[in-house]
Design a protein around this ligand. Structure first.
Ligand code: URA
Ligand code: CA
Length: 434
């Protein structure tokens, strides 16, 4: 087999065989094919696309390019959740204990934040003592004991994807649906997922800016799941404003605890119930959405989910007292309120701008090597649909130093679009694709 022939075939719009796709990925991972051949191949895929079978083959070739985690020692059905990345997306912190309390095993491997999006691992590290670097053995034991563990990925999973992604990043071939779908799914499969609920975000703060693109990506990932025997459901949700109020690590832990106490923001609860219901359905614990919702409401109202979060924190070395005393979390030195400059209704809040403002305050990383400040961030007090008057608070900054403050304040002001008429109701859940 020759890479040249495979590139030519895809350039001319033909379908590649399983062997051809495996050959490209295997040889490239081993360093036996040059970057320029794979670069033009990804460009050919960008223009010609790949069908469902080719996309599934690419997914499995990348999943098999390195180690695969074996989670089969976990008892019972486990369900994973994956978000395509948002701003202030506190979901995992709430959802993991919530569905675990309802009886689903949650073995969640998460990542760190980069740019305007946050990462669950950073957020959990805001809890004093919390250890996110569990050995695989401890991770599995914890899930078997408590039904939940959340840890960072330690192994070098799907190295082909890492290599290919870096190449796509510099050759304008990131935004191809089959390449994105296979990239995401290959990592989940290598990490041992068997049932996945995907939260595909759409809007200013998300990777997919339009509903049409998000839907295509969601459908492609659900199809890959079918091809490779990994039950997959995708929820398409809105990221045209930050989720909940808090954006920043310790701030989001506070928000999660409050939500598990039953005092959370409506949109965050709604998204957790929607995703959680799908997780219970995939696990076979409930048959209908109504049943799933009822079950989740029960564990929220009885505080079983809050108790589960406390157990999770203790089991991973964190201080469980934070659940009852939020002042034990890192706290910023200063608060600054950003006020509305005119009267009207909030039409949208550019989530990417708010995420970047939080990053500039120190809550996120510009490059992978940056340190972060766990205490700082933004809380979005006024949300889409709210009526505001001049001097009403739009958002609060939690800061530890005054660098770039003027710039950051401007970003928040500009993130808000305030109009004269009440805006159309902002929908949170667009669609569920099974
Ligand atoms: N996220 C991924 O993991 N892969 C992509 O290709 C794009 C976004
Ligand atoms: Ca939030």
């Amino acid at each position: 087999m020759r890479a040249y022939d495979i590139i030519l075939k895809k350039r001319n719009g033909k379908e590649l065989s399983t062997d051809e796709i495996e050959f490209l990925i295997k040889e490239y991972t081993a360093g036996r094919l040059p970057d320029y051949q794979l670069a033009v191949w990804t460009m050919a895929v960008f223009f010609q696309g790949m069908n469902r079978r080719e996309t599934a083959d690419l997914t499995m070739a990348m999943a098999d390019s390195g180690e695969r985690i074996d989670l089969s020692p976990i008892n019972g059905v486990k369900v994973d959740k994956h978000s395509t990345g948002g701003v202030g997306d506190t979901t995992t912190l709430v959802l993991a204990p919530l569905v675990a309390a309802a009886g689903v095993s949650v073995a969640k491997m998460s990542g760190r934040g980069l740019g305007h999006t946050g990462g669950t691992i950073d957020k959990l590290e805001a809890i004093p003592g919390f250890d996110t670097s569990l050995s695989l053995e401890k991770f599995i034991n914890n899930v078997n004991r408590l039904q939940v563990a959340v840890a960072g990925q330690t192994k070098n999973l799907a190295p082909a994807d890492k290599k290919l992604y870096s190449l796509r990043d510099v050759t304008a071939t990131v935004d191809s649906i089959p390449l994105i779908a296979s990239s995401i799914m290959s990592k989940k499969i290598a990490a041992g997922s068997e049932n996945i609920v995907l939260d595909v975000k759409v809007g200013s703060g998300a990777f997919m800016k339009t509903y049409e693109e998000a839907k295509k990506l969601a459908e492609s990932m659900v199809e890959i799941g079918k091809e490779v025997d990994c039950q997959t459901v995708a929820v398409i949700s809105n990221m045209d404003q930050p989720l909940g109020q808090a954006v920043g690590n310790a701030l989001e832990v506070r928000e999660a605890v409050k939500t598990l106490r039953g005092e959370g923001p409506e949109d965050l609860i709604e998204l957790c119930f929607t995703l959680g219901t799908q997780m219970l359905k995939l696990a076979g614990i409930v048959q209908t959405e109504a049943e799933g919702r009822k079950r989740l409401e029960e564990v929220l109202n009885s505080r079983a989910a809050l108790e589960k979060f406390k157990e999770l924190i203790s089991a991973q070395g964190g201080n469980p007292k934070v659940i009852d005393d939020l002042s034990l979390l890192p706290t910023a030195k200063k608060k600054i309120e950003i006020k509305a400059q005119k009267k009207g209704y909030i039409e949208r809040i550019d989530a990417e701008e708010v995420g970047l403002a939080a990053m500039m305050l120190g809550a996120g990383r510009e490059t992978k090597e940056d340190d972060i400040d766990l205490a700082v961030g933004v809380t979005v007090k006024s949300k889409v649909g709210d009526k505001v008057n001049p001097e009403d608070t739009l958002a609060t900054l939690y800061i530890n130093d005054d660098n770039n403050l003027k710039d950051i304040k401007n970003r928040i002001q500009q993130a808000y679009t305030i109009i004269d008429k009440e805006s159309e109701n902002n929908k949170l859940i667009y669609e569920i694709i099974e």
